[in-house]
Design a protein around this ligand. Structure first.
Ligand code: AMP
Length: 281
């Protein structure tokens, strides 16, 4: 596995691969890798000739009181993990090279960026869209892989790719969960033992809603109330939002007709976790 830090080095390597006729698969991450990230790598290896994984903890997508400084990092472990996973290149750029002095440009996907997580994290998706566009320009992948766990993120990236005519296919991969249902996340590392138990309320609430829909419930107000009751029964949990929205526009919907995205963000202690399911009525 090649480990590349410089933007020029990454561009040159990708150019070489393109010249050799290889399709490039790309998995952008913030590191502290787990099986969820690896599932994207596997899909990329299945679908592309070479796979590039980036690790970049992007400062511009963190708010002033968020966890940029303490976000977990372990390059040595991640690097070994990716090597074992058969990745061709780990791209590990420095903040100073991605955002050199005088940097001023950003991308906004208006409307979509202000809902759900965007409401409690103003500027977050501007940071995400901007860095992903930059990484796309550097790697110029044929395919890019994102997890459904960050449902709003992948929707925004898809919109940006379509609107800006980007020559990349965006592939969404399913959420990978622990055996008990908790969605894998680098932030799970923050949870103490009691918090880890409490974090189960997110997937338990969503599963309850899935079962309710399977049993015929279509009213999203009742479904959201049910999810909230599961979360409120957990003393360590504090709801940021619980919503049922149209999966394309992210606008709230009153009934489960066709596909509805049930999405939530919940603080477990000081750790903010997200999860979602698609409800089908
Ligand atoms: P992150 O490192 O958290 O920015 O995530 C990098 C990519 O991995 C994003 O596309 C995430 O949606 C994806 N990802 C993170 N956790 C999971 C998971 N549990 N299942 C599937 N994909 C995930």
């Amino acid at each position: 596995m090649k480990v590349v830090e410089s933007l020029a080095g990454m561009k040159a390597l990708a150019r070489e691969w393109r010249r050799a006729g290889k399709t490039i698969g790309f998995v952008p991450t913030m590191g502290y890798l787990h099986e969820g990230h690896l599932s994207l790598v596997r899909e990329s290896r299945r679908r592309a000739g070479v796979t590039v994984v980036s690790i970049f903890v992007n400062p511009t997508q963190f708010g002033p009181n968020e966890d940029f400084q303490k976000y977990p990092r372990d390059l040595a472990k991640d690097s070994a993990y990716l090597e074992r996973g058969g990745v061709d290149c780990l791209f590990y750029p420095a903040v100073a090279e991605i955002y050199p002095p005088g940097y001023r440009t950003s991308v906004e996907v208006t409307g979509l960026q202000d809902r759900l997580c965007g409401r409690s994290r103003p500027g977050h998706f501007r940071g995400v869209a901007t860095v992903v566009l930059k990484l796309f320009e550097i790697v110029r992948p044929d395919l890019a892989f994102f997890g459904a766990k960050d449902a709003q993120q992948v929707l925004i990236i898809r919109r940006m790719a379509a609107d800006l005519d980007l020559d990349v296919e965006i592939v969404t991969c399913p959420i990978v969960r622990e055996p008990d249902g908790l969605a894998l996340s680098s932030r799970n590392a923050y949870l103490g033992p009691e918090e880890r138990k409490a974090a189960l309320a997110l997937s338990t609430g969503l599963r309850w809603a899935e079962r309710a829909v399977a049993a015929g419930e279509r009213d999203t107000a009742r479904l959201l109330d049910g999810i909230r009751s599961v979360l409120e029964a957990e003393p360590l949990a504090r709801i940021d939002y619980v919503e049922a929205v149209d999966p394309e526009t992210l606008e709230p919907v009153a009934e489960v007709r066709g596909e509805v995205l049930a999405a939530l963000a919940v603080f477990i202690g000081s750790t903010r976790l997200i999860d979602n399911v698609r409800l089908r009525g």
